[in-house]
Design a protein around this ligand. Structure first.
Ligand code: HEM
Ligand code: SF4
Length: 762
């Protein structure tokens, strides 16, 4: 068995979806309602309006040659010619028309593949070690678990309406090639007292607030894989934060509850799953059907030795080989997909895996069979003829198609490759076998920068009033279950300089590579500081007048800006802008000969972005500053007088006040004084009504919200409830959630270490 099973429920859901799709096309169903239905089927809209993509679940990355042939047909007929391999080893078809999605989904179902749970707040594609079933170091083959658990999860109604996405993976050994510690639920194979089972990790994940998974159990028998996955999912379903999607992933709930409390809730759900029955996971091994089972010793022909040494590995089954096929940026043209699928058809079903490094692996071939693929593979991707460094670059789609993107990492990968390509004959890049460069267009980490050797994630920098694309640099991750470590911050670089920066980092690492076991070891032994020093050379760019190129991102025709970025998600880029002005302001303040004009301008501009202002020239900046900060009394009226005429030494005072004000700003972009003013206004407007009161300090999310709701249920409409909340997640989440239920949050005022919140019941 190399396929997961699509249960009847998914076919039933498709029938409903089909009807809704027809209603939508006929104008009888609105766009938003339809969106809530299409996303859990893996159908997303791209940044360019009215263009869509379909995400397809490939459990454990498993795809059979026959399935690949059909995917190639779909890519040719309905999509942008390519099958895209995602950063979680799934597949995507891009630029499909909304009219065609039912035909695509039905075709997928006919080959036992589904997009159900491909997107939205669902159980996402279940991953596995790409070498599962063949790796010499594995404890046992984990791929059947990814397949069977996928079938089982597709059967559960609660898999499709969770507080947020839910990701599961399996690793076959402590090398943790399935990345157990960056998932909501991660299993690492283990045998204890002769029983097959797993170490179980939970609540890991990347993204702006990343967290490494916590080891929940040292051993779970393999029959309990569904039991635990389902019970953890139920805890998440019941207690996850549905109101604030930025704090909704399991890791936030786990942090709020702590291990002990989480375990208590888990025990309850484990019992509930057991009581329901049918929780033991029946496992069917995957058959390795191969044409030739002779184990003749194989001697590699001279002309293919270079490729063989780079990409082919000996499997744990004597006489059999696997091979990594680098796929440039994860895109396979349908003709190449067809050629490869046809070449692999004679060797059975279990011959291929898509992987999270946006490549694919071929497996279960004898030496001569593998050697016979050499020419087909050379035609398959231009990276096949190069050292592994090239194919091991991972990039998310970035601002080119993603609404949240700041930078365009795919273009950056092309630029890096162009530069390194020229050096291929001079440098020993083969000495860097396995070195991973990962890029994401923003802090959300779809390009998995935190688990690269060298990682980049998009940010905004500013030079003389103009924004330009740049990257945060991180370095030195380790992935090995208990010993996992995310890459650490190493510096910032302009997008324009990324290729030169990468070249210099690699040249420096090449000088040390023989002395260290891994790049991460070097990073820990002084390498990080070296990279930081290197990055400083590559962060600044020439003035806009001198050279406009650095102000454009790769493959972009328009000057760089955050325009078009999704609303409510801009805070990452916004903080970058504030920090850039603050840095420039501090430098200007430290100069012996002070440029008062510049100090005044930077002080006035620094916080404007928090008010949605993007003023560039001096006059517009000073005018907007006056309007938003002086007239609102956030700053003393005295500072208003110094905005007229030439700037003088009083600008220094202004700078200090603005920096102080910024320090009082919270995540909702409100300054402390603003909150005080709002509270005072509320008190003035109405005499204090006798308020009901509940002290919720020390009560974690989401229980504080639940308790607030309970208190509100005790009082009448129009009556007032005051609560005390802790700083941090509680004050960030509870008032928003209360407001979204229709009550009025009249005031939030600082009280001791926490906050007093005044709510009028709807
Ligand atoms: C329009 C917005 C987005 C697009 C187009 C996008 C695209 C993708 C794609 C294609 C993948 C591989 C998916 C798979 O096979 O399941 C992915 C993975 C990922 N996404 Fe996104 N994503 C978006 C928003 C977000 C947001 C808002 C977050 C976090 C707050 C996020 C975090 C991640 C992470 C951490 C991974 C990858 C790695 C992993 O979990 O193994 N994404 N994203
Ligand atoms: S990392 Fe950011 S830019 Fe890249 S796909 Fe994810 S959300 Fe979009």
């Amino acid at each position: 068995m190399s396929r997961y099973e699509i249960p009847q429920m998914v076919y039933d859901d498709l029938a409903t979806f089909k009807k809704n799709h027809a209603d939508f096309l006929a104008g009888k169903l609105d766009e938003l309602t339809f969106k809530t239905m299409r996303v859990p089927f893996g159908v997303y809209e791209q940044r360019e309006a009215n263009t869509f993509m379909v995400r397809i679940k490939l459990a454990g990355g498993i795809v059979t040659p026959k399935q690949l042939l059909t995917l190639a047909d779909l890519a040719q007929k309905y999509a942008h010619e390519a099958i895209h391999i995602t950063t979680r080893g799934g597949a995507q078809l891009h630029y499909v028309k909304i009219e065609d999605i039912i035909a695509i989904i039905e075709t997928l179902h006919s080959i036992d593949l589904s997009g159900r749970g491909g997107g939205g707040n669902t159980v996402r594609n279940i991953m596995a070690d790409p070498l599962a079933g063949t790796a010499p170091d594995e404890v046992f083959d984990v791929s059947p678990y990814a397949l069977t658990l996928t079938s089982k999860m597709l059967e559960q109604k609660d898999s499709f309406a969770l507080p947020r996405k839910f990701k599961i993976t399996f690793s076959g050994s402590e090398a943790d090639r399935g990345y157990a510690t960056i998932h909501d639920v991660g299993f690492i194979a283990k045998i204890q007292d002769g029983v097959k089972g797993f170490k179980l990790f939970t609540a890991g994940g990347m993204g702006a607030k990343s967290r490494l998974g916590t080891k929940l159990r040292d051993f779970v028998p393999d029959t309990e894989v569904f039991l635990y996955s389902q019970a953890i999912k139920q805890v998440f379903d019941k207690y996850g934060n549905r109101k604030n999607k930025h704090a909704a992933r399991l890791r936030f709930l786990f942090e709020d509850l702590g291990l002990e409390e989480f375990n208590k809730l888990l025990e309850v759900e484990l019992e509930a799953v057991k009581a329901k029955g049918d929780w033991e996971l029946p496992i069917t091994e995957i058959e390795r059907t191969v044409g030739d089972t002779t184990h003749e010793p194989f001697s590699v022909p001279e002309n293919i030795k270079k490729w063989w040494n780079r990409y082919v590995y000996a499997q744990k089954q004597a006489g059999f080989y696997g091979c990594k096929v680098p796929v440039h940026l994860g895109d396979i043209h349908f003709e190449n997909a067809r050629a490869l699928a046809n070449a692999l058809l004679p060797y059975g079903e279990d011959v291929m895996r898509f992987t999270g490094d946006q490549n694919l692996y071929i497996r279960n071939l004898t030496g001569p069979q593998m050697a016979s693929l050499h020419d087909i593979l050379q035609a398959f991707s231009k990276d096949v003829a190069k050292p592994t460094l090239f194919g091991d670059m991972v990039a998310c789609t970035g601002a080119a198609t993603c609404q949240l993107g700041i930078a365009r990492p795919r273009g950056a990968v092309d630029a890096i490759q162009k530069r390194l390509n020229k050096l291929i004959d001079e440098r020993d890049y083969d000495a860097l076998q396995g070195f991973k460069i990962h890029l994401s267009g923003c802090p959300n980490s779809c390009g998995k920068h935190l688990i690269g050797d060298l990682g980049f994630f998009g940010k905004v920098q500013r030079n003389e009033g103009y924004s330009y694309p740049a990257y945060n640099v991180v370095a030195g991750s380790r992935t090995s279950g208990d010993g996992s470590v995310y890459a650490q911050k190493a510096g910032d670089v302009a997008a324009f300089h990324v290729p030169a920066f990468v070249e210099e980092v690699l040249d420096t690492w090449l000088k040390h590579v023989k002395a260290y076991k891994s790049f991460a070891d070097w990073i820990d032994d002084g390498g990080l500081a070296i990279i930081t020093e290197i990055s400083k050379k590559y962060v600044d760019i020439p003035s806009f007048k001198e050279d406009k190129n650095p102000y454009f991102d790769y493959d972009a025709v328009e000057l760089f800006s955050l325009k078009g970025r999704g609303t409510g998600e801009c805070s990452a880029g916004m903080y970058d802008l504030i920090e850039a002005d603050k840095k420039a302001l501090k430098e200007a303040l430290e100069k012996e000969e002070k440029n008062f004009e510049l100090i005044r301008l930077l002080s006035a501009r620094m916080l404007l972005v928090t008010r949605g202002e993007d003023a560039r020239d001096k006059e517009a900046v000073l005018k907007a500053f006056k309007q938003h900060f002086i007239e609102t009394t956030l700053l003393n009226a005295y500072f208003g007088t110094m905005l007229e005429g030439d700037a003088d030494e009083k600008s220094i005072e202004l700078a200090e006040e603005v920096i102080k004000l910024y320090e009082t700003m919270d995540h909702t972009l409100k300054f402390a004084k603003e909150k005080e003013l709002a509270a005072a206004a509320a008190t003035e407007a109405k005499p204090v009504a006798s308020a009901h009161f509940k002290d919720l300090s020390g009560v974690a999310c989401p229980m504080n919200f639940v308790k607030t709701k309970m208190e509100l249920s005790k009082i009448g409409s129009g009556e007032v409830l005051e609560i005390l909340l802790d700083d941090g997640a509680p004050i960030d989440n509870v008032p928003k959630s209360v407001a979204s239920e229709g009550h009025t949050v009249e005031a939030t005022t600082k009280e001791g270490n926490g906050w007093r919140v005044r709510i009028v019941k709807k």
